[in-house]
Design a protein around this ligand. Structure first.
Ligand SMILES: Cc1cc2nc3c(=O)[nH]c(=O)nc-3n(C[C@H](O)[C@H](O)[C@H](O)COP(=O)(O)OP(=O)(O)OC[C@H]3O[C@@H](n4cnc5c(N)ncnc54)[C@H](O)[C@@H]3O)c2cc1C
Length: 472
């Protein structure tokens, strides 16, 4: 960055902005149709993750704690909350799901936080900027994701209980999620296994039960169905704006600016370069949550660890006037092999949503986010085959966005190898949105090295694994 640029310390009175399934695979009930008990509540989880004490021991400077940065094992053992306005200064770059929830949690932990985004929270280019995202916990073979998704549902509901009365319509809608497959082998068995281990409530449904409960779905050829009653759909773009808005109301600063790493001294980034050197901002710690922009901003580290060239296609179809069978709460979110969707949600009424495979897109700044007509046939075929009652309805909206898939297919939450006060957080890998309330806390905790989540050890750290040697 240019040293000649105007440098500011955080918390200045700069202008601020206003408030603000893909690789989605399949997705609970015992064989007899009864619900199973949830195995772990939030308190259990917090105890296990070491977060029970609440927060962070830092006041003013990060001091000695940052010398341990890079290993949660070296972090403070008993976190406590810094007095408001006295905590470390942190800049979060990127206001998608990962960034806004990180800023929110950092602030709750007592840090003084500025959130910077190139286009604003919930913008249409961001991967989090679509209207809706599915929230389910059916991750075959992935216990932690299943556990965290289940806990995230609870957090989304709690967040709505706390904030909706003051800020408007809820963000999270409990639709339930229905996985439909032609055989119980493979995914259905594996999902049941992980749900049984974690203790997620579910129902196993026969094809006749599915037909009787949701006659508007055509399930010819389907032999196996699992239903997760606690799953739902979140209004994603609105969620980014709301979390950012609450952050701002509580004194957080929001800047709309292009950021890039500034000068480095003694293995620490001194300041963040804004708008190509026109401005800069300095803080104790920097968290980059750039989604598909990571390979552009940090090519040496991320180009071989994140694939961002596959774009997913999302279509919203109109629902017939006066026919509420395709509107919440009359239909669950659903997943046939390779395609997922859900009912139109109040209060936005964007339409009945279908996600299909997508196309190639190289650059998140320039790729076109609407879907050209040559790709419209596939969702129409799906409607014809699975939802024939609305097969004649028009497409009312399309959204394309970049998947940011990591080589390990897991999140990346780790320190920059050459800048000890810089944390990199991304790799949502087609599933990241739902985890926002949980993963934001993990990122904030790693940024502040507060010792929460010590149980995770080195999970989500930068792996040696690169894209050309991806796991199967
Ligand atoms: C088609 C599709 C369907 C999906 N479906 C689901 C689903 O059903 N459920 C689910 O949980 N997940 C789903 N996902 C995945 C989920 O949407 C993502 O994992 C998540 O939104 C990623 O959030 P993020 O904050 O990492 O990235 P983003 O939301 O992309 O945010 C990155 C932000 O960084 C900003 N930025 C970039 N460069 C700079 C810079 N230099 N300076 C300042 N700011 C910058 C951008 O403007 C952007 O706002 C889906 C993804 C796709 C593509």
């Amino acid at each position: 960055m240019s040293d000649g640029g105007k440098k500011e310390r955080m918390g200045s009175d700069k202008p601020v902005a206003s408030e603000g399934r893909g690789l989605e695979e399949a997705s609970p009930h015992r064989e007899d149709g009864s619900l199973q008990a949830t195995g772990m509540d939030r308190r259990d989880f917090l105890r296990r993750s070491g977060a029970g004490a609440g927060a962070l021991a830092l006041t003013g400077s990060l001091g000695g704690l940052l010398s341990g940065c890079g290993s949660s094992a070296t972090a403070a053992a008993t976190p406590s909350v810094a007095a408001p306005g006295t905590g470390p200064e942190v800049v979060v770059i990127g206001a998608g799901a990962f960034g806004v929830w990180t800023a929110y949690h950092l602030q709750e932990m007592g840090a003084r936080v500025t959130l910077v985004d190139l286009y604003g929270a919930g913008n249409s280019r961001s991967t989090s900027g679509d209207e809706t995202r599915g929230v389910r916990s059916s991750y075959a073979g992935r216990e932690l994701w299943t556990e965290w998704a289940n806990l995230a549902m609870e957090r989304w509901r709690e967040f709505d209980e706390e904030w909706s009365p003051a800020m408007g319509d809820p963000l999270f809608y409990t639709t339930g999620d229905l996985i439909l497959r032609d055989t119980t082998e493979g995914q259905i068995e594996e999902v049941r296994e992980v749900w049984d281990t974690v203790g997620v409530p579910y129902e196993v449904l026969s094809p006749d039960e599915v037909r009787s409960r949701w006659p508007q779905i055509q399930i010819e050829g389907i032999e196996a169905a699992l239903y997760e009653p606690g799953a739902g759909v979140v209004r994603s773009r609105a969620a980014c704006r709301r979390v950012a808005g609450i952050f701002q109301q509580r004194g957080g600063q929001i800047r709309i600016a292009k950021a890039r790493p500034g000068p480095v001294e003694g293995g620490r980034m001194v300041s963040l370069d804004l708008d190509d050197g026109a401005d800069s901002i300095s803080a104790d710690r920097y968290v980059f949550a750039l989604g598909p922009w990571f390979p552009k901003a940090f090519p040496e580290i991320m180009a071989d660890r994140l694939r961002i060239t596959t774009m997913g296609h999302v279509f919203y179809f109109g629902t017939p006037p006066g026919d509420y069978r395709f509107s919440y709460p009359n239909l669950p979110s659903w997943g046939f092999p390779g395609v997922t969707g859900w009912p139109t949600l109040p209060p936005d009424n964007r339409g009945f949503r279908i996600r299909t495979g997508g196309r190639v897109g190289e650059d998140p700044d320039t790729s076109v986010r609407w879907i050209p007509e040559e790709f419209h046939e596939r969702p129409m075929e799906i409607l014809q085959e699975r939802f024939p009652i609305i097969a004649q309805q028009p497409i009312v909206e399309t959204r394309a966005c970049h998947y940011e898939s990591s080589a390990t297919r897991d999140w990346i939450i780790d320190d920059h190898p050459e800048m000890e006060n810089v944390l990199l957080a991304g790799g949502g890998s087609a599933e990241g949105f739902k985890f926002g309330p949980m993963v934001g806390e993990l990122i904030a905790s790693r940024a502040l090295v507060d010792g929460r989540f010590a149980d995770l050890g080195d999970r989500f750290r930068l792996a040696e694994l690169e894209l050309n040697e991806e796991e199967d």
